[in-house]
Design a protein around this ligand. Structure first.
Ligand SMILES: O=C(O)CCC(=O)C(=O)O
Length: 254
């Protein structure tokens, strides 16, 4: 997997200058917007799987989505509670969901649920994601904006009960490429032995399995099966990531 990595912060090449973005989004033909999509499927074993589509949205269209989302989404940076402490979330966020789904809560924070009708572009992207993933029915979306390489999301799993036991989560990236890491959750016995590096060495417990994906501008990554039950994921800080990244994670609340 490491051979696939490049330095975070390497941007996906020249971009058009940000212009005005109308509410309907880009106007290219469908084929230009959604190029032929090569898929890489990673079997994480135990019924967990990741699908990576590096070129899900064509570069130009993806920059138009980026500009639209950067300007039009009402980003907030809420204060959340982590391990009993209050802290400002280290990235901007926004939540969009079907009308009846207003009860997402994470880290003591309940975001306002915006309607899809406020952001026509998101409906277009949702439609494309549904077409790429037959049988999927996403009804909610968590948006994240990482302004610089100091913004991040720490290790977690989207294993809230409201998503059910085997949620499919589809993640679309725009802007600066960043590394996306997955690590196997410790088994119960590993956890009770202590999960720290020192404890691990002392007890000769093997390091957790780690997978890394470089999420580029216009890419799609899908986690499915038992990935949320058995694995955690993160987007770590990266000093070289000097420009913003916007990420959309589509989910289905049951
Ligand atoms: O930005 C990403 O790629 C991941 C976002 C994420 O982990 C989340 O929203 O739960």
């Amino acid at each position: 997997m490491a051979s696939r990595l490049r330095l975070a912060g390497e941007n996906p090449g020249p971009r058009r200058s940000p212009g005005s973005v109308d509410a309907a989004g880009p106007e290219e033909g469908e084929a230009e917007r959604w190029p032929e999509a090569r898929r890489e499927v990673t079997d994480l074993a135990g019924g967990s799987e990741v699908v990576h589509v590096p070129r899900f949205v064509a570069r130009e269209a993806a920059w138009e989505w980026f500009d639209y989302l950067d300007k039009r989404i009402p980003w907030t940076r809420p204060t959340i509670r982590v391990f009993g402490r209050s802290a400002v979330q280290p990235r901007d966020t926004c939540y969009v969901a079907d009308e009846e789904l207003t009860d997402l809560k994470y880290s003591g924070h309940q975001p306002h649920a915006h309607s899809w009708d406020e952001f026509p572009v998101l409906k277009d992207i949702l439609k494309a994601v549904h077409e790429a993933l037959p049988g999927s029915h996403f009804n909610s979306l968590l948006l994240n904006r990482y302004k610089t390489g100091s913004d991040y999301v720490s290790w977690h799993a989207d294993d809230e009960l409201l998503y059910g036991p085997t949620p499919e989560i589809a993640s679309v990236t725009f802007g600066c490429e960043r590394e996306f890491l997955l690590r196997k959750k410790p088994t119960k016995s590993q956890a009770s032995n202590g999960s720290g590096e020192v404890a691990r060495k002392r007890l000769k417990v093997s390091a957790p399995q780690l997978k890394s994906f470089l999420l580029k501008h216009g890419s799609l990554l899908v986690m499915r099966g038992y990935t949320q039950r058995d694995w955690q994921h993160s987007v770590p800080k990266r000093a070289k990531a000097s420009s913003p990244r916007i990420n959309l994670t589509f989910r289905r609340v049951l």
